[in-house]
Design a protein around this ligand. Structure first.
Ligand code: 0O2
Length: 224
């Protein structure tokens, strides 16, 4: 893990704190982040195994790509602030479920729920929460399956249970979300611009969903 992770951001933000406090916070944060990083590796490995096994049995890979990310310090700070919670390592550990993020992009809609189910059925994975934005898309058209899980990571002399957010999407859902994220999500756009782009983006999400459903139907025909 990089020693300088978040260093400048933290020093800039905790400007009124003593150098010792900042140093301690950074050390705690670094330990925490290394746990989150290990949890991401564990979960990524689980999906790679599932992909491998599925390709042996069905001669195709259900996973197009897997990406992992640690939440940025800015994002952590803003989320805690929004929830009225203190910015401490303990508070991050207790309250945030998405510091470790794993995004799994799947070939077909059915693969999403199949892979999600396989993950939460594993006996070292504890399901914390599911948000199914595929069954229930967000009002802007955002679709993805979000699963918060807790997995063990094994250290030399200890074991930690670490929470992480898994996002499962199709290629089309991912393209839409990436572009919407770049253009609109959490951007300070004017009310007018938000209004003017809302319906267009929603329409794009619907078209993208139609494509997913058609592709799924074609695959079902081929596999019968
Ligand atoms: P980033 O930059 O992707 O890391 P909660 O955790 O329940 O308090 P939260 O965080 O809104 O509330 O949870 P939710 O609904 O599970 O959404 C978390 C993540 O889903 C976001 O992460 C995005 O990655 C993605 N997401 C949710 N809604 C949208 C959306 O409308 N458009 C796009 N493009 N992505 C979305 P972060 O941490 O907010 O941002």
């Amino acid at each position: 893990m990089e020693n300088n992770l978040y260093k400048d951001e933290i020093a800039g933000f905790l400007i009124e704190n003593s150098p010792e406090d900042i140093q301690n916070f950074m050390l705690e944060l670094q330990t925490l982040m290394s746990y989150y990083k290990c949890a991401m590796h564990e979960i990524e490995a689980k999906f790679k195994v599932l992909n491998e096994q599925f390709s042996l049995q069905h001669e195709r890979n259900p996973i197009e790509s897997i990406k992992t990310r640690l939440k940025s310090f800015k994002s952590i700070r803003e989320k805690l602030q929004r929830k009225g919670l203190p910015l401490t390592a303990q508070s991050i550990w207790d309250n945030l479920n998405d510091v470790a993020g794993i995004r799994v992009v799947c070939s077909f809609i059915d693969d999403i729920h199949m892979l999600g189910y396989c993950l939460i059925s594993q006996d070292d994975v504890k399901l914390i929460e599911i948000k199914d934005y595929i069954e229930h898309p967000k009002e802007n058209g955002y679709r993805s399956l979000h699963i918060i899980v807790e997995v063990p990571i094994f250290l030399c002399d200890d074991k930690r249970l670490v929470r992480a957010e898994v996002q499962l999407r199709t290629i089309n859902m991912n393209s839409w979300a990436k572009l919407e994220h770049r253009m609109r999500y959490k951007k300070n756009l004017s009310e007018d611009l938000l209004l003017r782009t809302h319906d267009e983006l929603l329409e794009c999400a619907e078209i993208s969903n139609q494509l997913d459903l058609k592709m799924q139907a074609i695959r079902n025909i081929i596999e019968k």
